[in-house]
Design a binder for this molecule. Sequence first.
Ligand code: 5GP
Length: 212
Amino acid sequence: MMLEGWAAPDFGALFVVSGASGTGKTTLLQAALERVPGLEFSVSATTRAPRAGEQDGVDYHFVSPDQYREMVRRNELLEHAEVYGTMYGTPRAPVFAALAEGRSIVLDIDVQGAGQVREVYPEAVTIFVLPPRLEVIRERLQARGKDGPEVVERRIRDATEQLARCGEYDYLVMNDVLDTAHAQLQGIFLAELSRRSRRSSWVRALTGGAGA
Ligand code: 5GP
């Protein structure tokens, strides 16, 4: 269900969401993107192969290592990092085009990328998704069945390392009970988009220009 009567903010926000694979971050984000008007997903470039069901240009831009290096060389990436031996990066142009038009953007990126975004865009709102227990990550990755046992173990080690940096984030979402985590994440998006600094036009409309 969409939010009837929701008005776009005066300025879009840049949201960064991190969290280890298996925390349910993708599920939470998909629901939020459907629910929160004007919120768009930033499609990253990656050198990894598509998983079953992933679409080029929707989930990722799947590029060759040469294409990726060319994007880095031309400085086309807002941030980029190596995660699990694969290269990932956020194309810069679509992010700033969206923000300039008052749309909001969500980046699903790792802790290294989040650090780089914070450097170039300190206004970014950063959110870290936590699993209730690390063991849950193993269960979820195994149930997803898309990664081999070695990859699952590597991702758990990586989850522990990422967790050590969650203190750098503005918000934490705990994905224990899914409905609660959905409410938490969507609540963060809606609250940030309701900041007075993004809503001067409401006050101007009501006061004829005074007060905002
Ligand atoms: P996956 O391969 O499972 O889709 O993603 C693996 C990890 O890479 C996730 O933690 C995801 O957030 C991160 N990731 C995806 N796209 C980007 C990106 O553009 N930049 C960075 N720094 N990390 C990314």
